[in-house]
Ligand binder design. Structure first.
Ligand SMILES: *Cc1c(COP(=O)(O)O)cnc(C)c1O
Length: 498
């Protein structure tokens, strides 16, 4: 199977090349030529399988230039080497009859980004062995909080690899900042930028696609790659947990083969929900994809109107990992829904770059409406949802998950659709102790760790060791740069020039 660029169908590369390169030179994203299918037979066989076997099956269908052993070994190293605190890796929690929370935060950094970033370094190593002629790989990451830490943890001390993370100085939670600033490892770097996530993401994309930077790196025996969800190697492992959730529901007798489910996904860069869309294309009986946004509701408006318009106020919210106005992965969906019309996608992306706005054709709008529903949730509604879910079900969820729950409830109230629903739970509540505790009670605790202790005392839920272990650690990375200076920071951290 080859991969095409969303902006130029003539570009065709192997999976290994798509993964090491991260993004196409034309600025487009790599997508598989076609979506492989998962038959009912194959799905049935996965019901009694464990997460590693499920991952091996799904990944193998996309990474056809990997040997079966290579795929299996990557899945094994990622999901069975004790880095996840749950043997199930991504367990389902039943909130009430027909409503399930898919817990994606049992990995080392307590957010769903680990699901992909624990395996990406292995996929990258195998891919580099096939394509990169021994060049050192330099991973640049823009993060709204969770990707950065998960990528640092995944790639720390990976051979022949360096990683540099940029995050918005005032756009992440205190816990997220501390997680990144205290990162250990010889090959890692972290820098805050004066700007928001979109600034960090466009800065990184510009560096990636700059010919001049590419040449400078090549002269120094290095090449760039990406650990953001623009990298296909990030998306494909995310398809697995939707397949896995369906298998678990079959296994537990909650569904019969072929019964539909809806999914509700708290969305920022559109990676997680796009993976659910691909799972649906593969054959998992997913009916509606509910796209949940916070106050930065650019996707809610897009899905409801067909007009994507980023010219609006940017809000920092209590769900910071979704504070995004330019959702990169939407490009992949548009490419698919425009029947792979690379010219149409290029035009829309050019309009987004110059005017901050584009409109999809009516036919595409219709497809979007039949596939997706959308709802948004402000900070007050998020806090209320955390409290109601806790009071009603005794289940503590984080701010992002609460947005997903709220959107599901809105959708259900508006449509009366009672299809069993899987809500993606994207972070552990202790990553955001201030907002979560504040939702449950009045609280005047001075710092994050006291808040976490109070939350623990109040609810009896466990503080994950990777978070409690941060207390008292001295930050190692404290640099802040202007967004115009990212290029210089990259070169300096690589020991090149200037
Ligand atoms: C990244 C993130 C999201 C958004 O996921 P996308 O794939 O960017 O849509 C939601 N919640 C949490 C906790 C995250 O870290």
């Amino acid at each position: 199977m080859l991969y095409q660029s969303t902006r130029d169908n003539a570009v065709k590369v192997s999976a290994a090349r798509a993964i090491t390169q991260g993004i196409s030179k034309d600025g487009g994203l790599f997508v598989p030529e076609s979506i492989p299918s998962l038959s009912a037979e194959e799905l049935r066989a996965l019901v009694s399988a464990d997460y590693v076997q499920r991952a091996t099956c799904v990944l193998g269908k996309f990474l056809t230039d990997f040997t079966a052993d290579e795929v299996a070994e990557c899945a094994q190293m990622a999901y069975a080497s004790g880095r996840f605190r749950s043997a199930a890796v991504a367990p389902l929690h039943e909130l009430e009859d027909g409503v399930y929370v898919l817990e994606l935060w049992h990995g080392p950094t307590c957010a769903f980004k680990d699901m992909a970033l624990q395996i990406l370094p292995h996929l990258m190593r195998v891919s580099a062995g096939k394509t990169s002629d021994g060049k050192e790989i330099v991973i640049l990451v823009a993060t709204s909080g969770d990707t950065g830490k998960a990528a640092l943890e995944g790639f720390r001390d990976a051979p022949n690899t360096k990683i540099l993370v940029f995050y918005p100085e005032n756009g992440v939670s205190a816990m997220q900042k501390l997680q990144m600033a205290t990162q250990e490892g010889e090959n890692v770097g972290v820098c805050a930028i004066r700007g928001n996530f979109d600034d960090a993401q466009s800065g990184v994309k510009t560096i990636f696609t700059s010919k001049e930077m590419g040449n400078v790196l090549a002269e120094n025996g290095k090449m760039f790659s990406s650990a953001n969800s623009i990298n296909w190697g990030r998306l494909v492992p995310q398809i697995v947990y939707y397949v896995s959730a369906y298998c678990d529901l079959l296994r537990d007798g909650k569904l019969k083969m072929g019964d539909p489910i809806n999914v509700s996904v708290p969305t920022g860069n559109f990676g997680d929900i796009l993976a659910a869309y691909y799972a649906k294309q593969m054959g998992v009986p997913i009916a509606k994809l509910i796209c949940a946004s916070n106050r930065n509701r650019v996707l809610t408006d897009f899905i409801n109107t067909g007009v994507y318009d980023r010219n609006r106020e940017f809000f920092t919210t209590t769900s910071p990992s979704m504070d995004i106005l330019i959702s990169s992965n939407l490009e992949r969906l548009l490419y698919d829904l425009c029947d792979r019309d690379d010219t149409a996608v290029s035009q829309m992306m050019a309009a987004l770059a110059t005017e901050g706005k584009y409109m999809v054709p009516a036919t595409v709008k219709e497809k979007i409406s039949s596939l997706f529903a959308a709802a948004c949730c402000d900070d007050a509604q998020t806090a209320e949802t955390i409290k109601t879910v806790y009071d009603k079900h005794g289940y503590l969820c984080d701010t992002h998950t609460a947005v997903g729950v709220y959107a599901y409830e809105q959708y259900r109230a508006e449509t009366g659709d009672t299809t069993p629903t899987v809500i993606a739970s994207t972070a552990n509540p202790y990553k955001f102790p201030a907002s979560v505790l504040g939702a449950l009670c009045d609280d005047d605790a001075a710092d994050e760790f006291t808040k976490a202790e109070r939350l623990h005392a109040l609810t009896g839920t466990e503080i994950p060791a990777p978070l409690s272990g941060l207390q008292g650690k001295t930050p190692r990375f404290t640099e802040v740069c202007d967004k115009e200076d990212m290029r210089r920071v990259v070169l300096r951290s690589l020991g090149i020039g200037e």
